[in-house]
Write a protein that binds this ligand. Structure first.
Ligand SMILES: Cc1cc2nc3c(=O)[nH]c(=O)nc-3n(C[C@H](O)[C@H](O)[C@H](O)COP(=O)(O)OP(=O)(O)OC[C@H]3O[C@@H](n4cnc5c(N)ncnc54)[C@H](O)[C@@H]3O)c2cc1C
Length: 487
């Protein structure tokens, strides 16, 4: 899933980080490992009001960004005895995108399960299981979300009432799935939202006994869950208010290709539809989706994929962005409060390339923002985060699927478009504004094709539109674009 919210001038003047309570930890840095441990124990004894032993750095949130941040702390030799992670979930950080992909494979097609996809396997790194955190001396609190912050006292309170002290705080709370209100049936049994492993487990148990699945939302989640439901051989309908799939990114023509593929796999579409409410049967479980036009679509399982909201509630005092939501940070992920940082989905950061403030709900940004922030915090790195928007999806990947699809997009989807290829198997869309190549998407590309895309989107070369339009294949179009890099 990926969202870019944008359009605000970059806010300048965010304060520089200056540690407010690093005195004890300074001693740590100078000490040998053995001595550090002794010092830590005596510090704990002297401050028993706090539940956490490791207070120099605290990360709130145990998701994608937290996993990559933890790895960066370890790489800098700054995790052991210094870092504490507080998570709402019961599991060590994992690669969340798997939840609507391999996690939903039919049970006889080798679905992914933890510990298989803990971070940082998604980028070819080491698999960081709960034991990895223990071995690295990182203190973990599971299933105990932070509920409030006292900025003056540099203290967090958790749901169970723990008081946690922090020196520097990294907020990595991500997003929560947007829900239908309870009064229209949003909480009925059989109605699912998908954000974490617990949600995915509930969905899998519904799919095991499902016949008729309705998916509400034509974005990433909708497309991925629908492809999974096809694998389970379920009667599947996607309902959304827009005119075509993934309207935020795809052109109507590109959407049509994907919609045709889904239809060939038996998926039905109800476009331009708005939902009135979800109906329940005598057992209280969902039985149908009722539309505003009065029609009823039968369903025993409903998946709502209508977007997500930044999880900011305990941190509203830290400084929220009013146009894109989330917590406002500068190019090094510093909030306006010294010593407090925000990364990943929850951060509203300056998107330098396009000179606007954005929030990006995308795993690549979660990884990079976490690494950038922690490097800036622990080293002399001072350069501004310079992110190139990148979205991807992969569906129908289970064994025996009629056709796997995988696409990547880099850049900005602005301006006019040129589409090359007939989706059999490849297609490419180029977005061109004022003669410059601004964005490019390729379906079923080779490794070489996909390596070219970020170079194009980053350089934004002038392209010969007529030549590009006349390309007879995706390969030829990419060659023309590649040549424009040097001309
Ligand atoms: C089903 C699904 C499929 C996706 N597919 C893709 C994809 O194909 N490609 C892609 O690029 N991106 C995808 N994404 C988006 C991607 O997973 C996110 O951008 C990424 O996980 C963001 O990382 P994060 O660490 O900011 O947030 P998250 O990974 O969501 O982690 C946030 C963590 O903080 C915890 N938390 C929240 N509040 C608190 C609190 N108060 N106290 C303690 N802990 C708290 C949450 O429980 C969670 O563990 C997908 C997301 C979902 C949900």
């Amino acid at each position: 899933m990926a969202v870019i919210s944008n359009s605000l001038q970059i806010k300048h003047g965010l304060s520089l980080w200056c540690p407010q309570s690093a005195s004890i930890n300074r001693t740590h840095r100078r000490s040998s490992i053995g001595l550090g441990r002794v010092l830590r124990r005596s510090y704990v004894a002297a401050s028993s009001a706090f539940a956490n032993e490791n207070r120099e750095f605290v990360i709130v949130g145990g998701g994608n960004a937290a996993g990559y941040a933890a790895r960066t702390f370890v790489e800098h030799g700054m995790a052991d005895g210094r870092l504490c992670i507080v998570s709402k979930e019961a599991y060590a950080p994992y690669e969340r995108p798997a939840l609507t992909k391999a996690y939903l494979f039919p049970l006889d097609k080798k679905p992914a399960r933890l510990p298989g996809f803990h971070t940082c396997v998604g980028s070819g790194g080491e698999r960081q299981t709960a034991d990895w955190y223990k071995e690295k001396g990182i203190e973990m609190f599971y299933e105990d979300p932070v509920t409030s912050i006292d900025i003056e006292k540099q203290t967090l309170t958790t749901n169970s009432g723990k008081q946690l002290k922090y020196g520097s705080l990294i907020i990595a709370t991500g997003c929560t799935a947007s829900r239908f209100p309870e009064k229209i049936g949003g909480n009925l049994p059989g109605v699912h939202y998908i954000r974490d492993v617990a949600d995915a487990n509930l969905l899998v148990s519904s799919l095991e006994r499902a016949w008729k699945v309705v998916i509400v939302g034509g974005g990433y989640i909708g497309m991925e869950v629908a492809a999974a439901a096809v694998g389970w051989k379920l009667d599947t309908t996607i309902i959304f208010p827009e005119n075509h799939l993934l309207q935020r990114l795809f052109t109507p023509s590109l959407s049509r290709r994907y919609e045709e593929l889904y239809q060939e796999n038996g998926v039905k579409f109800l476009k331009g539809a708005s939902i009135k409410n979800l109906e329940a049967g005598s057992d209280g479980r969902v039985t149908a989706v009722k539309l505003e036009d009065g029609s009823n679509i039968e369903a025993d399982t409903v998946i709502i994929g209508i977007g997500a909201k930044p999880a900011v509630s305990p941190f509203e005092s830290v400084g929220l962005n009013t146009s894109v939501g989330g917590i406002q940070v500068d190019g090094q992920f510093r909030t306006s409060i010294p010593g407090i940082f925000a990364v990943g989905d929850v951060a509203a950061f300056p998107l330098k390339m396009y000179d606007r403030i954005a929030r990006v709900e995308h795993v690549d940004h979660a990884r990079r923002s976490a690494q950038h922030c922690i490097k800036a915090l622990l080293s002399a790195q001072t350069h501004t985060y310079d992110y190139l928007p990148y979205f991807y999806s992969r569906v129908f990947e289970y064994e025996g699927s009629p056709r796997k699809i995988w696409w990547q997009f880099f850049g900005d989807n602005v301006g006019e478009t040129i589409e090359i290829g007939d989706f059999d198997p490849k297609i490419a869309t180029f977005w061109i504004e004022s003669g410059k190549l601004k964005g490019v998407l390729v379906e079923s590309g080779s490794t070489e094709d996909f390596q070219l895309l970020p170079k194009l989107a980053r350089s934004q070369p002038f392209v010969d539109k007529a030549k590009l339009q006349n390309a007879s294949s995706v390969e030829e179009a990419l060659d023309i674009a590649r040549a424009s890099l040097t001309s």
